[in-house]
Every structure is written in structure tokens, then in C-alpha cells.
Write a protein that binds this ligand. Structure first.
Ligand code: SF4
Length: 76
């Protein structure tokens, strides 16, 4: 597979939806997340590098995660 560089910060390189594993960019990931009612991992990574306490990526879990870690959010 051709090496690609993508801005995706998802660390799950084994995920078939990860942009490093195909040429479709974010589309497959976002499509899956929208269907599941979830938030893509890159948004969680924006809040904190430590996702070890997470066991779901729902809208509600993102809101909770943000409020618990909002002091870490990078502003650019
Ligand atoms: S939407 Fe998905 S594929 Fe795109 S950057 Fe975020 S985690 Fe990566």
C-alpha cells in the first residue's frame, strides 16, 4: 500500500477507515460516525491525547469528555 500523509490524528492505524489505509480521505470515517451517532476520534484528540478512559465515542461522551478536559483544548 502506498504511504500517504494525512492530517488525521487517529492512532488506530489498523482501522480500515483510517485515511492512511485508503484514498478516500475522511469520508468513510465520517460516514460511519454519522450512522452510529458518534464523533470522530480526531475531535477527542483535539481535547486530550489520553483517550484511555473512554469506552465510547457518542455525542454524549464527547460532551462529557470536553467538559472534563476543556482546559487542555488547543487553540490555533
Ligand atoms: S474525521 Fe476520521 S478520518 Fe478524518 S481526521 Fe477525523 S478521525 Fe481521521
Amino acid at each position: 500500500m502506498e504511504n500517504q500523509i494525512h492530517f488525521c490524528t487517529c492512532k488506530d492505524l489498523n482501522c480500515k477507515l483510517n485515511p492512511n489505509n485508503h484514498n478516500l480521505g475522511c469520508d468513510p470515517c465520517i460516514k460511519k460516525n454519522l450512522k452510529a451517532g458518534e464523533i470522530p476520534g480526531c475531535f477527542f484528540n483535539l481535547v486530550s491525547d489520553d483517550l484511555s478512559q473512554l469506552n465510547e465515542f457518542t455525542l454524549e461522551s464527547f460532551a462529557d469528555f470536553f467538559h472534563k478536559n476543556k482546559e487542555n483544548v488547543q487553540k490555533s
